[in-house]
Design a binder for this molecule. Structure first.
Ligand code: PGA
Length: 249
């Protein structure tokens, strides 16, 4: 059985002081959750947030990682730096990085391979634009993104990653994919993992839905058979995140 996993992507929000205050209120509400909960603050807050998370069951995630060990890559962070701060998960290839920062399927793959190789668990993001959906290309495109992101992985490693299906038109817009549509795409992603890596990897891989997931729609989305979790943006910045994590209570 796949353990559900809900991750909060804070994006470029909160100062260290704000994060500390927020977590003081949030963490007690997450105690005893049935699923795995993760918070992904901006890189400069990781150290402060790691301290705050000590003694809780909430895991720490980062929002990006570079593929090189170290070197002249201004503005990037390495897997070892993240591991040194207690980071377990790392978001890779978020659509905002693809859209605004030149992230490609190839760099997503390099980051994911390096992260997994170092022992971080990648949360690899895939998803289509509204145009692509309306043109009927969404499934083919997302399946191709998935295969490219995981190129070079072993079946074992592929089964251990997390894939976040985030339709771009649903991110930060208040428009959520219907639970049926979201599940259909998550099933298509799982089918690609099965095709490339085999049925064992496909049964193990955890697939999240992301895009305006919130306290109101979490239960329905999480009830779908191929949706194993959520990647939460806006709703992860408030105490609503606790309601999403406790979707079944
Ligand atoms: P949203 O963001 O929940 O604000 O739509 C999700 C994401 O971008 O990961």
């Amino acid at each position: 059985m796949r353990t559900p996993i809900i991750a909060g992507n804070w994006k470029m929000n909160k100062t260290a002081a704000e994060a500390k205050e927020f977590l003081k209120e949030l963490l007690p509400l997450l105690a005893g959750a049935d699923c795995e909960a993760v918070v992904c603050p901006p890189a400069p807050l990781l150290s402060e947030v790691a301290k705050a998370l000590q003694g809780s069951q909430v895991a720490l995630g980062a929002q990006n990682v570079h593929w090189a060990e170290n070197g002249a890559f201004t503005g990037e962070v390495s897997a070892d730096m993240l591991l040194g701060l207690g980071v377990k998960y790392v978001i890779i290839g978020h659509s905002e990085r693809r859209q605004y920062f030149g992230e490609t399927d190839e760099t997503v793959n390099k980051r994911a391979l390096a992260a997994k190789g170092k022992g971080l668990t990648p949360i690899v993001c895939v998803g289509e634009t509204l145009e692509e959906r309306e043109a009927g290309k969404a499934v083919t495109l997302v399946q191709a993104q998935t295969a490219k992101a995981l190129a070079g992985f072993t079946a074992q490693a592929a089964g251990e990653v997390i894939i976040a299906y985030e339709p771009i038109w649903a991110i930060g817009t208040g428009k959520t994919a219907t639970a049926g549509d979201a599940n259909e795409m998550c099933a298509a992603i799982r089918a690609t993992v099965a095709e490339v890596f085999g049925t064992e990897a496909a049964a193990a891989v955890r697939i999240q839905y992301g895009g305006s997931m919130n306290a109101k729609n979490a239960q329905e989305l999480m009830g779908m058979p191929d949706i194993d979790g959520g990647l939460i943006g806006g709703a992860s910045l408030t105490l609503d995140f606790a309601k999403v994590v406790n979707y079944n209570k």
